[in-house]
Design a protein. Structure first.
Length: 104
C-alpha cells in the first residue's frame, strides 16, 4: 500500500464509526443535521510521522485530514515505494505498522 509522511504541520486521524447501510441523521441544538455516529478521533500526527494503507489482515477504516493551517504530506505510492532500497521500505513499513498499532 501507499505510505504518507507528514512534512509540515499536523494531520488528524479518525476511525470511521460503525454505521448502518443508510446512516440516519438527527438535528443538533441549532437544528442542523449531523451524523448519527461521529468518527472516533485516534490522534494527531506531527511532522515526521508516517501513516498509510498497509496490506494487513485487519481492516481499520480511517480518515486523515489536515489539523493545522499549513499542512504538507509527502505520499509514496506502492509503485514508488518499490523503487526504494529494501531496508528503507522495511523501515517505513515497520514505523507505519507501529503507528497503526498504537492508534487502533
Amino acid at each position: 500500500g501507499s505510505i504518507h509522511i507528514v512534512w509540515k504541520g499536523s494531520v488528524e486521524v479518525t476511525h470511521a464509526s460503525q454505521r448502518p447501510a443508510r446512516p440516519s441523521s438527527r438535528p443538533d441544538n441549532r437544528g442542523a443535521m449531523s451524523p448519527a455516529t461521529p468518527d472516533r478521533r485516534l490522534g494527531v500526527l506531527l511532522r515526521g510521522s508516517c501513516f498509510g494503507a498497509l496490506p494487513t489482515k485487519s481492516v481499520l477504516p480511517c480518515s486523515a485530514v489536515s489539523a493545522s493551517s499549513v499542512c504538507e504530506v509527502l505520499s509514496l505510492s506502492a509503485e514508488n515505494l518499490a523503487m526504494l532500497p529494501e531496508a528503507v521500505q522495511r523501515g517505513l513499513r515497520e514505523q507505519t505498522e507501529q503507528v497503526t498499532a498504537r492508534r487502533g
